[in-house]
Design a protein around this ligand. Structure first.
Ligand SMILES: [Mn+2]
Length: 510
């Protein structure tokens, strides 16, 4: 690895106009990687451009220098018209400028030029090096790649990434699948760059950007990809002045109400296949519209589902995106199941524990059916044939306790005490009535099991999701959890319980 870092540093030293490309949509890791390199290269007096086809999510706007990211991209300004002069010689060339157009008038010595002798091309790019970060496949660069494919063969590409599915598309590929984040790979790279150039590069901003990548990709050191090396890198960065609390505050403790509403909907719509140890949920366009949540606000929910679904091996979320794709996120809890293999069945890829795919379609229900069937078949082929009911009975507990999940995520930190106002049972009653009529797919799955124990659990979890049920007795002493769940599930932001609107972010105290 040391040799490859030396190679990379030599190429960077020789280059003057560097293009940094994080994968789109950006996350904490791709942003942290590209912006940390941006700041380091600036200190080395390089011309640096960071481009990303998609906007920076609100939760990452606090990171230093997000404002330098360009969302438009033109690799070169020259457009060249070439005339083949093999058969004919040019006498004169004139230009005639008219409103909104230019005529280039070429007069031949003899006869005429024809259209076949004219060709067009773009001038040389102003960049001499492309660095992609946290990008497993060039297609993840979105339209910037699709519109400029030739650029990636003309200019050397350094590919720095940690995805197992990385396509090794660079001239230099620095892919370390043991790294928890791309920023973890950059820590020794930037330090060696300091040694080689004699310029002090690491500072509080760069350390904060690098730590943001590790914290987001490890889910704050909770995910299975966390290694001793991630802790060591993080400790090292904190020593450099990385603002750990600022990252935690913005990434994990500030939630928009619209996002809570969307999460509530997802939680109330979870489908469970106990037999195949599989849990999934879909998010429709209507879910986004009616909650006011953005498509990038679904990120954390799958990780919560994963850590709160005992007995589950595979977790899937399908969302209907506004760009005409259905996006899938897959997580696995059993280390012998490779999430990237599941994602590959649908043209995607990723890591062993976390992977994703996208399918061009507007038929969410149809894609759901197809994907579910394939994952079921995958699990059936994998699970032992005599995988009997007994194992299931003991290993599968209450599949999802949404209330506990929300409570764990938000409540202990909540710095608001509106509970006194909740003695009026009216808003709760309305909500309960409105939602008990709705079929709950999870409940259906549960009820088909002829076990009385399961029946009880189904009811309990039904109550837990704020949909009513025997346990929904919080009328007089509604905890703040119930209030949030109810508001989230009902989408009723105007409930008379606490007055905050969409644009307000909830701050949570330590
Ligand atoms: Mn990453």
């Amino acid at each position: 690895m040391e040799k490859i870092r030396q190679q990379i540093i030599e190429v960077i030293q020789r280059s003057n106009n560097i293009l940094l490309m994080p994968s789109a949509p950006v996350d904490g890791d791709s942003l942290g990687s590209s912006l940390a390199l941006y700041l380091a290269f600036k200190k080395l007096n390089k011309n640096v451009t960071v481009v990303c086809a998609e906007p920076v999510p609100d939760s990452f706007q606090f990171l230093p220098t997000t404002n330098v990211i360009n969302h438009e991209f033109a690799p070169g300004n020259d457009f060249i018209v070439t005339l083949d002069c093999e058969k004919n010689r040019i006498d004169t060339i004139r230009t005639k400028i008219e409103p909104n157009k230019v005529n280039i008038i070429i007069t031949a010595k003899k006869g005429q030029f024809s259209a076949e002798e004219v060709s067009f091309s773009h001038g040389p790019s102003k960049y001499d090096l492309i660095i992609t970060v946290d990008t497993a496949d060039l297609l993840q660069l979105g339209r910037f790649y699709e519109d400029n494919t030739e650029l990636f063969t003309q200019i050397p590409v350094i590919n720095i990434d940690h995805h197992a599915s990385n396509g090794q598309f660079g001239k230099i590929n620095y892919v370390d699948i043991m790294a928890s984040a791309t920023t973890e790979i950059l820590v020794p790279l930037i330090e060696e760059m300091e040694d080689k150039t004699g310029v002090k590069l690491m500072d509080e901003d760069i350390a904060t950007l690098l730590l943001a990548g590790i914290i987001t990709d490890t889910g704050s050191f909770q995910n299975a990809n966390t290694t001793p090396r991630s802790f060591a890198a993080a400790a090292h960065l904190v020593k450099y002045g990385a603002r750990q609390q600022e990252i935690i505050q913005h990434v994990f403790k500030t939630k928009r109400l619209s996002m809570l509403r969307l999460w509530g909907r997802i939680l109330s719509n979870i489908k469970v296949d106990n037999k195949n140890h599989f849990v999934w949920a879909t998010i429709s366009r209507k879910d986004f519209q009616e909650t006011g949540a953005r498509e990038d606000e679904t990120g954390g929910i799958i990780d919560e589902l994963m850590t709160n679904a005992p007995g589950t091996e595979v977790v899937l979320i399908l969302k209907h995106r506004s760009d005409g794709y259905i996006g899938g996120s897959v997580r696995t809890l059993n280390p012998s199941i490779d999430a990237s293999m599941i994602a590959e069945m649908f043209g995607g890829g990723g890591h062993v524990r976390a992977a994703g795919f996208k399918i061009k379609s507007d038929d969410l229900a149809g894609i759901e059916q197809m994907v579910i069937e394939k994952i079921r078949a995958y699990q059936q082929a994998r699970l032992p044939k005599d995988h009997d009911e007994q194992t299931m009975e003991t290993s599968v507990q209450t599949p999802i306790d949404a209330k506990a999940m929300i409570e764990k995520m938000f409540i202990p930190k909540l710095d608001a005490k509106p509970v006194e106002k909740t003695t009026d049972p009216k808003p709760e009653k309305t909500v309960t009535e409105k939602h008990t009529a709705k079929p709950n797919p999870k409940t259906e799955v549960q009820k088909s099991t002829p076990s009385a124990r399961r029946e009880g659990e189904a009811k309990r979890s039904e109550g837990a999701t704020g949909l009513g049920g025997p346990d929904a007795t919080a009328t007089n002493d509604a905890s703040f959890t119930d209030v949030i769940m109810r508001k989230a599930v009902s989408g009723d932001a105007n409930a008379d319980i606490f007055k905050l609107d969409d644009s307000v972010t909830y701050k949570f105290e330590d």
